[in-house]
Ligand binder design. Structure first.
Ligand code: VGL
Ligand code: ZN
Length: 213
């Protein structure tokens, strides 16, 4: 299916967390994280409106395994808002790991949403923190710009991309995820589970070619 309206007026391209720490050599490297850059940049060039997100943690963030005695990266703990996966220290504010990948086209971005800044609450989604109630304000910003469709790409497919897409759908946006402009962590089957959740939610799973780019 070719549908250029996904990138035209009334749509936003959300580029999720294309940062050094999520690329090979980074602290929380997603396999093939840097291989998506040509596809992401093609989408950026074609999109009417572009928003970037940046995982942006304080040095001692509650999602870091290093803060929890006896815990290792990828363990799960229980926090006030439910289960929370623990991660290696990553995307610390101002570090090179938190910077966008140098090949990412950032000039066309109208907005950069930084998230995960509160020490006690992680934030995967571009819309809500992991307590599911604290908003980033992106919903209101998009509505004020007349946006009704959200196209998601970036890292990681099964965490920040999926959480953002599912929240966008819940908020009433039409949502597409561009599969070949994403890469997954795939922790305990999370890739398949999130694909299923997105399908069930009515999110369109497409490709760069499928969008006619
Ligand atoms: C992400 C784990 C922790 C992501 C961010 O961007 O998918 N994953 N922080
Ligand atoms: Zn993070």
């Amino acid at each position: 299916m070719t549908d250029t309206t996904w990138l035209g007026p009334g749509a936003v391209l959300l580029v999720i967390d294309v940062q050094n720490d999520f690329c090979p050599g980074g602290a929380l490297a997603v396999p093939g994280g840097d291989a998506i850059l040509p596809a992401v940049n093609r989408l950026v060039a074609a999109a009417d409106l572009v928003v970037l997100t940046q995982d942006w943690h304080p040095r001692k963030h509650g999602s870091f395994a290093s803060l929890h005695k006896g815990k290792a990266p990828f363990d799960t703990i229980e926090v006030a808002y439910g289960p929370q996966t623990l991660w290696p220290d990553h995307c610390v504010q101002g570090t090179s790991g938190a910077a966008f990948h140098e090949d990412l086209t950032t000039d066309r971005a109208a907005l950069i949403v930084r998230k995960g800044m509160r020490p006690s609450v992680d934030s995967y989604s571009a819309f809500f923190e992991n307590d599911r109630t604290t908003t980033t304000g992106l919903d209101g910003w998009l509505r004020a710009r007349g946006v009704s469709r959200v196209v998601c790409c970036g890292l990681a497919y099964d965490f920040c991309v999926a959480y953002s897409a599912l929240d966008a759908r819940r908020l009433g946006f039409g949502v597409a995820v561009v599969d070949d402009a994403c890469a997954a962590i795939d922790l305990g089957g999370s890739k398949g589970a999130q694909t299923e959740a997105m399908r069930k939610a009515g999110i369109e799973l497409t490709t760069v070619a499928g969008l006619g780019v």
